[in-house]
Design a protein around this ligand. Structure first.
Ligand SMILES: *Cc1c(COP(=O)(O)O)cnc(C)c1O
Length: 421
């Protein structure tokens, strides 16, 4: 079921007042829920020494949220310079940061090594000689190719742009070692929004088999395996939740067997984004127009600049209308934004209680890859972000964009060259 009952109980009674004070639209995140999920993840792997989650910053890159993650003991998975800066500002340094870039630029290598460095997670063998200074600890992102099938968001590994191919992985470590690397990790990221926990167990097993083989071939002992993110959340009311406990039990068993056979055990790292914050955010919008043509369109005061997933992936986000009981009759509507793109719809042919102008709609599960993905096409601005704190108070953690923000990159002083001298 999307959005927990506990979050609803905390939010819905006070939502009209919050909407009145701050104005819609906004994303609002639930600190208690985020902390509970973080605690449950840590508990799941409490038997594994050195387990660590590196929260995927791109899912919800807000310093206030990252501060909570740091308090829970998490590191940060970053894949851009801005994300490294955000992670460092949240107090992370050195091996608290994993830099998982792809198509990496020189500037990105420099940023990854600056200010105390980070764990460099290289995406290709061709990058080994391009690392300005090989760090002591190096990791590669592995792409298993045809041995594994991917899932719909991340795609088939053979077609994916990510990672070192199977036939290059040994040579990648040999070259990194030759350049001075002394400590080693391995990483992969094969799924996105996967609800079947067994996929993650298979990924752990695949990496354990791989490091067993690499050790046999070139004698490298691995400090960690990083099984990536991709744990799914139930966006649809009839989706069943990801079985975290079963995943934990089965991975722990695999690692015990590995220790028995190999005489050592790597640390387990993960880098979930969606699972940690996704269900703990909602986009709150107000209905402003109702249009009855061939279909009924409910126009709301946000558009895909606030939430891209339905438009990009056809993703389902559950919607509730505040204070309206769905038991009292439904009508089928499209819930739409104002962007000049026909895919700017939060819901298509969705049965909802009859909606009037001024009604508040809660679009569920926007706590990951929600605000962060928004764009400014068509001059549409991104909304504010609020935090429902554990003390029950509400805090503005990002203001809405303004027209000045939108115009900030335009060049009003002329900067001209003549390329034909
Ligand atoms: C996006 C991403 C993640 C997080 O994915 P979720 O589906 O949010 O768990 C983790 N690692 C890498 C490298 C990513 O690109």
């Amino acid at each position: 079921m999307p959005m927990s009952q506990a979050f609803k109980d905390r939010l819905y009674p006070v939502l009209p007042g919050i909407a009145e004070h701050y104005g819609t639209p906004f994303h609002i995140y639930d600190e208690i829920g985020i902390r509970e999920t973080a605690r449950r993840l840590n508990e799941t792997f409490s038997g594994l020494e050195g387990f660590r989650e590196y929260y995927a910053v791109k899912a919800l890159p807000n310093p206030r949220i990252l501060g909570i993650m740091a308090q829970m003991g998490f590191g940060f998975d970053c894949s851009s310079i801005a994300e490294l800066v955000l992670g460092r500002r949240a107090g992370a340094k050195g091996e608290d940061l994993m830099f998982t870039s792809n198509n990496t630029s020189r500037a990105e290598f420099r940023a990854a090594a600056a200010d105390g460095g980070s764990i460099l997670n290289l995406d290709d063998i061709s990058l080994v000689p391009k690392v300005p200074e090989m760090p002591e600890l190096i990791c590669f992102r592995y792409n298993p190719g045809p041995q594994r099938s991917g899932n719909s968001i991340i795609g088939n590994p053979v077609e994916a742009k990510y990672g070192v191919a199977h036939h290059q992985i040994i040579e990648a470590y040999v070259q990194a070692r030759r350049r001075g690397a002394k400590r080693f990790g391995i990483h992969t990221m094969l799924a996105s929004n996967e609800l079947d926990y067994r996929y993650m167990v298979q990924t752990a097993e695949m990496l354990l088999d791989l490091i067993r083989w690499i050790r046999k071939e070139i004698g490298i002992v691995f400090e960690f395996i990083n099984i990536g993110g991709g744990l799914g959340i139930p966006y649809r009311p009839d989706d069943s939740p990801f079985d975290l406990r079963a995943m934990g039990d089965e991975i722990r068993q695999l690692m015990q067997v590995f220790r028995g056979q190999e005489g050592y055990c790597p640390k387990l790292y993960m880098e979930s984004g969606r699972y940690m914050t996704g269900p703990h955010g909602v986009l709150v919008v107000r209905a402003i127009n109702r249009k009855d043509i061939y279909r009924t369109h409910i126009g709301v005061d946000a558009c895909m600049s606030a939430l891209m997933r339905p438009a990009i992936y056809g993703a389902y986000h559950h919607i509730e209308v505040l204070g309206k009981d769905p038991g009292l009759g439904l009508e089928t509507v499209d819930v739409v934004g104002s962007l000049c793109e026909n895919n700017d719809k939060f819901a298509i042919q969705r049965p909802l209680p009859p909606i009037e102008d001024g009604d508040i709609l809660c679009i569920h599960d926007t706590g990951a890859h929600g605000h962060a993905m928004g764009f400014n096409y068509n001059g549409k601005l991104r909304p504010k972000e609020l935090l429902l704190r554990r003390d029950g108070r509400v805090e503005l953690i990002r203001r809405a964009e303004t027209l000045d923000d939108y115009f900030a990159t335009l060049q009003f002083d002329r900067d001209i060259i003549d390329p034909n001298p």
